[in-house]
Design a protein around this ligand. Structure first.
Ligand code: SF4
Length: 272
């Protein structure tokens, strides 16, 4: 085996998520070439990912894990964001992950292969201590439920004045088949749950959920959070295309009926 091939193999193991996706996109590329049915956009998406994969994994560029970051790389921000995972049980059509690899220059992709101390040391690098920590990033934070719990416990013990928010797709209770909201009621202050639509069929179209009955599960999760005494903001994103006309008023009514506040986020190309 040549040395170069050996290096590629090592990197491929080191970044299993990227490698998995590379196989997926290689498959799609073959499909596209054979059937010629896919659109130009889809073809461009496939090529973009493969070039990215080749650059990092085959090209041997080391990826810096961005676990904690600030908007515009600010050194003394009021809010820092925690990027615990790139996995998600949705594949929203407006998701930034479909368009770019970074937020404000912070490389967001990683393979979850890090420790609690890594998150803590990246958080500690921000001075003075930020006022707010938001779990979001390129993925669903509750998919690293235990890691998030440990980070929250660390923050509560060492920085009780820091407010903690989680931006979530609201699938946690359905995934773990337990009341995750109850587990986190003393560890987080607010959650922002992506409601994203006024009914299940629109939700499925926009979010492409990998769990069944997702829209109902999201609503149940919002209610579970408000019942647990966690402040909830149910959000939708509008303006990402001209096809999906989301019934904003109905979404607002649903949010309020579940005890949550409502937020309509205008889609911004860069997400910030
Ligand atoms: S829930 Fe969030 S991270 Fe997951 S696909 Fe949708 S926008 Fe992206």
């Amino acid at each position: 085996m040549s040395n170069q091939f050996y290096q590629i193999k090592i990197k491929a193991y080191k970044y299993p998520r990227l490698t998995g996706e590379a196989f997926y996109y290689f498959g799609k590329l073959l499909d596209t070439l054979v059937s010629l049915k896919n659109s130009y956009t889809e073809f461009a998406e496939i090529l973009t990912f493969l070039l990215y994969y080749i650059e990092y994994v085959v090209g041997g560029i080391e990826m810096d894990y961005t676990l904690v970051y600030s908007i515009n790389n600010e050194k003394s921000p009021e809010t820092v964001y925690v990027n615990l995972t790139n996995s998600c049980t949705n594949r929203c059509i407006f998701c930034l992950r479909e368009q770019k690899n970074d937020v404000c220059g912070a490389e967001m992709w990683h393979d979850d292969n890090y420790k609690l101390e890594d998150v803590i040391s990246q958080f500690e690098a921000y001075k003075p201590t930020p006022k707010e920590v938001v779990f979001c990033g390129y993925g669903e934070p509750f998919l690293r439920r235990e890691m998030m719990k440990e980070v929250c416990k660390y923050l509560r013990a060492n920085y009780p004045e820091v407010k903690i928010r989680v931006n979530t797709n609201g699938h946690a209770n359905a995934i773990y088949k337990t009341n995750v909201a109850e587990e986190f009621k003393n560890l987080i202050d607010t959650v922002s749950v992506s409601l994203n639509a006024a009914d299940a069929s629109m939700y499925d179209e926009i979010c492409k959920p990998k769990i069944s009955n997702a829209y109902e599960e999201v609503k149940k999760f919002i209610k579970a959070c408000t019942d647990a005494g966690i402040k909830v903001s149910a959000s939708i994103v509008t303006g990402f295309d001209k096809i999906h006309n989301i019934d904003t008023k109905k979404c607002e009514e649903i949010a309020h009926s579940l005890g949550a506040e409502f937020r309509n986020r205008e889609f911004i190309t860069n997400g910030y």
